[in-house]
Design a binder for this molecule. Structure first.
Ligand code: GDP
Length: 300
């Protein structure tokens, strides 16, 4: 939590700062409500959720008859926690009976897929799990190399193809096959994300999943989204969730944005929880998503 706070603060957390400024006024008046609304919108909370939240807060203030900014801040905290939903099951499925757990990591180029696979491998290794990586992003020339580097950094093997443009599904299959042979606990598969041709990408992802399923069940499909891309990320999420059954979101680059409200919009749209957050480029910059800590950090 301390690290999350530090990161969000370092990232110039406009959301928290301006709310804090608003709520340190003597009294909550009409101008303040408007500014709260604006701040929530700027943080990418989405129009519906913002309206809903502000209406609820106004109603509570009327019922309680208190315009004390500190009280309003506490209410805002409670309502944000409710919106983000503390009931979501955010645990990753990384154990399977008698076979490796299979995790596919999907998302468009540049969002931080490969980095996330590397960081996640590190987390799992720290939990004493045997991990193998699959470099199924066969289109981006440097992707397999980048993943292999992460593999050696973290101390786990990487299955890749020497042939550029090799069939991603077959590399994914080989990784799961190898994981099964080596009796590893988890297979993490990095996939391709060229969005130039949406239909192709989605066909290809569907194929990767189907081919892997010939060998094993798929336990998690993690969609990686870049928190700095706002509405764009939401559109991507929609396209991906139509192609594969996404089981969790990884929201990256939260260290570089004040737009953490996107968590609310994404979860609402997909009905899938944010499970992990990326807070930097280093191997330790991945954290499980925790609603309370996240709201704390937002309102810091
Ligand atoms: P991919 O194309 O989706 O596999 O994306 P990469 O993993 O290659 O990441 C793209 C860039 O984003 C790289 O420069 C990463 O170091 C950077 N990156 C990934 N995750 C994070 C994050 O959580 N925070 C920051 N600041 N940068 C990140």
């Amino acid at each position: 939590l301390a690290r999350l706070r530090a990161r969000l603060v370092k990232s110039n957390n406009v959301f928290g700062k301006s709310l804090l400024a608003l709520l340190s006024r003597d009294e909550i008046d009409e101008d303040v409500w408007e500014e709260i609304e604006e701040t929530l919108l700027m943080a990418d909370l989405g129009t519906d959720s913002t309206m809903e939240l502000v209406d609820t807060l106004r109603e509570r203030v009327t019922v309680e008859g208190s315009k004390d900014p500190q009280r309003v801040r506490a209410m805002l905290h409670e309502e944000l926690v409710k919106l983000i939903d503390p009931e979501f099951d955010r645990r990753l499925t990384v154990t399977a009976d008698g076979r490796p757990a299979v995790v596919l990591v999907v998302g468009v180029n540049g969002v931080g897929k490969t980095t996330t696979v590397g960081k996640l491998a590190r987390v799992l290794v720290a939990e004493d799990k045997d991990v193998i990586l699959g470099a199924a992003d066969t289109f981006r020339a440097a992707a397999a190399e980048q993943l292999t580097t992460w593999g050696s950094r973290v101390g786990v093997p990487t299955v890749s193809s020497d042939v550029e443009g090799a069939d991603p599904a077959s590399v994914a299959y080989d990784a799961v096959d190898k994981g099964t042979e080596l009796e590893t606990d988890v297979v993490l598969v990095d996939t391709a994300g060229r969005l130039q041709n949406k239909a192709n990408l989605m066909d290809e992802l569907g194929k990767v999943k189907r081919v892997v399923e010939k060998k094993s069940e798929v336990d998690e499909v993690l969609l990686v989204l870049d928190a700095t891309t706002g509405q764009n990320g939401l559109n991507q999420a929609k396209v991906f969730s139509e192609a594969v059954n996404v089981t969790g979101i990884v929201l990256t680059k939260l260290d570089g944005t004040a737009r953490g409200g996107i968590v609310v919009a994404i979860q609402k749209q997909l009905g899938v929880p944010v499970k992990l957050i990326g807070l930097g480029e280093g191997p330790d910059d991945l954290a499980p998503f925790d609603t309370e800590s996240f709201v704390d950090a937002l309102l810091e």
